[in-house]
Design a protein around this ligand. Structure first.
Ligand code: ADP
Ligand code: MN
Ligand code: MN
Ligand code: MN
Ligand code: MN
Length: 387
């Protein structure tokens, strides 16, 4: 922009913005600036535009930190069709998605649902990020899956069940509910536990589940985890884009509700060293062939293909995952690929019920909690189905 005004690029953003508005005032640039009447409370709608940033590793997450800002729509849009919602833009230089001198990125709505926190006609609008030219941004992992969905892949009607584990932290950064000095008793009583001595943070976990249900997400359950202060919610089974969209909204709701409860959410794969479980995102996966009679054959074929691409999968299964995949605490070592029936020390587990019925799905236990859900789904499709 600075260049087009014949000025040096050392201009600050405000100066450039002033230039732009001066030019548009002169009618040399078309900017949508139609005056709007007063906002009428009964008609107005708050639309929370949510997107993934590119701020690698800021909270231990790669391309998955969620950002959001609110658009007040004077007359509520009453459909849930993302195409009915306007595109918007944001300052990509503040989210690791653009350079300061050309910083606008575009928010393109892809999934709209009710806002369970604000209620009423208010909505959550999940967006993919586009460049100023309208191309998918390099952080737009959702669009990369869309490219994998050939007719052959679609015919397999892939389904995903995502087990999102997370850890709650207090304001001081300590694991929520842990004593100020020292540690809780060793792991054992906490997984699916009950009682104030065993379970920390249930009010937030419950409020989050209610919010996901009210938002119409495909949440299928929650449980307290092996490490106290650690929880899990499950999204699915759902198709590859839907599972990612619902996981993103569910993660955003969790962080947002955490504000009200004074609890920080971390998806760090190993929030604390020592004899404590890490935090994962087991991804359950099936194709039509796996779900049909005798589908166990297709499950074994998929596992065979996965075994040959272990390294490739690990590369994109979350940052810091090497601290979690040690071979202890219900994981397989990061350098080994192992599969097994009902085996929680395996890379891929065939659930007992699936083995008995001879059909169903497999569980990829390798992804870390901070993994990009679109990336895992895409990688599983690519390895097991792409020609
Ligand atoms: P775990 O015993 O590993 O803790 P969970 O009950 O937490 O298992 O999660 C299992 C997940 O598997 C659920 O999210 C569920 O929706 C999903 N799931 C069930 N059937 C299928 C299937 N056919 N394809 C993909 N995912 C499935
Ligand atoms: Mn601003
Ligand atoms: Mn689980
Ligand atoms: Mn779990
Ligand atoms: Mn699991």
């Amino acid at each position: 922009i600075a260049e087009s005004f014949g000025r040096s690029s050392s201009f600050t953003r405000n100066e450039v913005a002033a230039e732009v508005s001066a030019k548009s005032a002169q009618g040399k640039r078309t900017v949508a600036t139609r005056a709007q009447g007063p906002v009428v409370a009964e008609l107005a709608q708050r639309a929370e535009y949510i997107w993934s940033d590119g701020a690698e590793g800021t909270k231990g997450i790669k391309f998955n930190e969620l950002r959001a800002k609110t658009k007040v729509i004077p007359k509520a849009i009453t459909t849930n069709n993302p195409k009915d919602f306007p595109q918007w833009s944001f300052d990509g230089s503040s989210t690791g998605q653009a350079e300061g001198h050309f910083s606008d990125c575009i928010l393109n709505p892809v999934y709209v649902t009710n806002d369970p926190i604000r209620g009423g006609n208010n909505v959550l609008v999940l967006c993919e990020v586009l460049t100023p030219q309208g191309e998918p941004h390099s952080t737009n992992t959702r669009r990369k899956i869309a490219d994998l969905l050939t007719p052959e892949v679609l015919a397999e009607e892939t389904l995903f069940g995502f087990e999102q584990e997370y850890t709650m932290l207090s304001k001081t950064g300590q694991i929520y509910g842990w004593p100020a000095n020292g540690f809780p008793e060793p792991q054992g009583p906490f997984y699916c536990g009950v009682g104030q001595e065993s379970v920390y943070g249930r009010p937030l976990a419950e409020a989050h589940m209610d919010a996901c249900i009210k938002a119409g997400l495909r949440i299928s359950g929650i449980n307290a985890e092996v490490m106290p202060g650690q929880w899990e919610f499950q999204i699915g089974p759902a198709g590859p884009l839907e599972v990612g969209d619902h996981v993103q909204i569910a993660r955003w709701l969790l962080n947002r509700l955490g504000e009200d409860y004074g609890i920080t959410i971390t998806l760090e794969p190993k929030p604390i060293q020592g004899d404590w479980n890490g935090t994962g995102a087991h991804t359950n996966y099936s194709t039509k062939s796996m779900r049909e009679e005798g589908g166990i054959k297709a499950i074994h074929e998929a596992i065979e293909k996965l075994s040959k691409k272990h390294r490739e999968h690990i590369m994109v299964y979350g940052i810091g995952n090497e601290k979690r995949l040690t071979g202890k605490h219900e994981t397989a070592n990061i350098d080994t690929f192992r599969s097994g029936v009902s085996d929680r020390g395996a890379s891929i587990r065939i659930p007992l019920g699936v083995s008995i019925e001879g059909k169903g799905y497999l569980e990829d236990r390798r992804p870390a909690a901070n993994v990009d859900p679109y990336v895992v789904a895409g990688k599983l499709i690519e390895t097991t189905l792409a020609k």
